[in-house]
Design a protein around this ligand. Structure first.
Ligand code: SF4
Ligand code: SF4
Length: 450
């Protein structure tokens, strides 16, 4: 067999000493989403593409990590094949359910248009029946429900009622059921949080906090003019401190743009002070795409953001806050829009393929791929606007086909690419700094330090 360096191997530049005093460099296989240290000589040979002299045994060890591959392997085809397989897997179904189209906040950067509508029993029934049909299908092994909005906690009664039906169907058919919830946090109480986790089986909660109190409450103002920072953080902090929701994973999303980027370090310090430095909590800063359509400006914006984010990562970790270094899972599908086994159901029973279509003026009408009444049983939703994504990546018309991060990124967001934006996650530009942070976790000491 003739071995070559994998196109999906990232190699850090910096040298470290490990516990035994050996010189090593960090490496990351995106095909396995795994970080590891490599002795400096092997790393140099991989970097230079000179694998001769490494020896068959060493090469086989590297092959087990997919750091090297058989020259004959078409790696892009293999990665896209895995994506197609993951996207088509009949056993794994995911549904985003929007129990309400209203939100009690009106954030300036939100693209949704919210409106109040009374709960329509017949529609609730039809939406629930669709999810029940997925749970009942003999081919389904697992259904993951994401409660999304508007603000889903405004319709907690609907969430309760539907969950009761989903759990009953899951038990009856022996199907795994998991749930997560995306919320603005303003309606959380100690009791609601416990109910969400223990009774409504929410395993992961994503809450958005855009800065320390005065910044968050300015940017994410409730329609009644009140802020929600202290209440949200207080509920989360008590839950962590008292251990009331032990299995719940809490993600704190920070939507970052030019208006609040200066305040991210203060927010991180506040979160640590409130006691949220816990293995249960992770912070997820995300850039708000506000850099326009000029690709070079977008790239500068993305690089600048990534540089700042690397600083936040260092600060967060110094404060003990959870902030993942490198992605630790290989993606099965890019997003809901690239798998017909995933769908979004709005309160009226419209079925969408992309999460940025419902409630968004224009897209809310054009993006409908079906209604729940038109779908029979557990039939996959019809193809939507972005279900041809892997063809585009494979035929070279998207640069993601040439990117080493494809296995863990999937191409970011097909919708943003089509709109002329560059949705690359920050890791594309700051993976070297992230690997440095990971090296510190492993106890590696930079060569030349101390
Ligand atoms: S295409 Fe983009 S906006 Fe639509 S579901 Fe995928 S990631 Fe989300
Ligand atoms: S979106 Fe960017 S980082 Fe992700 S695969 Fe495409 S080019 Fe790479």
């Amino acid at each position: 067999m003739s071995w070559v360096r994998s196109r999906y191997l990232l190699l850090g530049e910096r040298e470290y000493r490990d516990g035994a005093g050996r010189r090593v460099r960090m490496a990351y296989s995106t095909r396995q989403a795994r970080l590891f240290a490599l002795d400096a000589e092997t790393a140099a040979r991989l970097a230079g593409g000179e694998l001769g002299g490494l020896g068959e045994e060493r090469l086989r060890e590297l092959a087990a990590r997919q750091a090297v591959v058989d020259e004959a392997e078409d790696e892009l085809a293999a990665v896209l094949g895995a994506y197609r397989e993951g996207s088509d897997a009949a056993g794994s179904r995911a549904v985003t359910v929007m129990p309400t189209s209203y939100c009690n906040m009106a954030c300036g950067y939100c693209g949704q248009e919210h409106f109040k509508a009374p709960v329509d029993r017949a529609r609730v029934d039809r939406v629930a029946a669709r999810v029940e049909a997925l749970l009942a299908d003999p081919a389904t092994e697992e259904v993951v429900v994401t409660w999304f909005g508007g603000e889903p906690l405004l319709a907690l009664r609907v969430v309760r009622e539907m969950t009761g039906r989903f759990l009953a169907a899951a038990a009856q058919h022996g199907t795994r059921y998991r749930a997560r919830l995306v919320t603005n946090g303003s309606l959380l109480t100690d009791r609601t949080l416990r109910e969400l986790h223990h009774e409504l089986r929410v395993e992961a909660l994503e809450v958005t906090l855009d800065g320390p109190q005065e910044v968050h409450d300015r940017r994410r103002l409730k329609r009644n003019g009140r802020g929600s920072f202290h209440r949200t953080v207080g509920v989360l902090a008590r839950a962590v401190r008292e251990g009331t929701v032990p299995g719940l994973r809490v993600g704190i999303r920070i939507n970052v743009d030019e208006e609040n980027e200066e305040h991210v370090p203060d927010l991180l310090a506040d979160l640590a002070c409130f006691g949220l430095a816990s293995p249960q909590v992770e912070v997820h800063p995300m850039p708000v795409h506000s850099w326009g359509n000029d690709v070079s400006a977008v790239e500068i914006g993305a690089r600048r953001y990534a540089e700042r984010e690397a600083g936040w990562l260092r600060l967060a970790r110094a404060l003990g806050l959870g902030f993942p270094t490198m992605p630790n899972v290989v993606k099965r599908t890019t997003c809901v829009a690239t798998s017909t086994r995933r769908e979004i159901l709005d309160p009226a029973g419209r079925v969408y393929s992309c999460s940025e279509h419902p409630l968004v003026p224009g897209a809310a009408r054009e993006g409908v791929v079906a209604t729940v009444d038109q779908l029979t049983g557990a039939a996959p939703r019809p193809r939507g606007e972005f279900d041809d994504w892997y063809e585009q990546v494979g035929d070279g018309s998207q640069q993601c086909g040439r990117c080493p991060l494809l296995p863990v990124c999937g191409g970011g967001c097909p919708k943003l690419w089509r709109a002329g934006h560059m949705p690359c996650p920050s890791v594309r530009f700051n993976w070297a700094e992230r690997m440095d942070a990971a090296a510190a976790d492993l106890g590696l000491v930079p060569v030349g330090a101390g």
